[in-house]
Design a protein around this ligand. Sequence first.
Ligand code: DGP
Length: 122
Amino acid sequence: MADTIFTKIINKDIPADILYEDELSLAFKDINPQAPVHFLVIPKKAIATINDIGEDDRELVGHLSYVAAKVADELGIAEEGYRTVMNCNEFGGQSVYHIHLHVMGGKLLGWPPFTDKPKTLE
Ligand code: DGP
């Protein structure tokens, strides 16, 4: 797959506000926050979408949730709660084709997240 902006962040070719890093993953603040706390957790392995997660990636994808909870705790939003979201393709609102877990918290979030855009499958 083609490199995305997230490959550049992983390789430190462009700056990001990094919150956590290990050999498998990276967590950094979202550049366009939708909540008082909004960070992304990404695998260092480039996987374009949820649809591209392979059998061998299952542990890695689980690791992203583990890191999300760890960083949420460190940022003080764990007890009140937060939301994790992984968007997939156009209808899911995905814009960067390197899977990433959004972690949003710090205020009471609304549900459901539908917009007024008229596009549907039918
Ligand atoms: P999505 O729409 O689910 O693909 O979310 C992509 C998110 O990535 C979006 O909330 C903004 C964020 N983002 C895009 N480019 C950059 C960047 O260069 N740096 C950071 N920190 N976040 C970015």
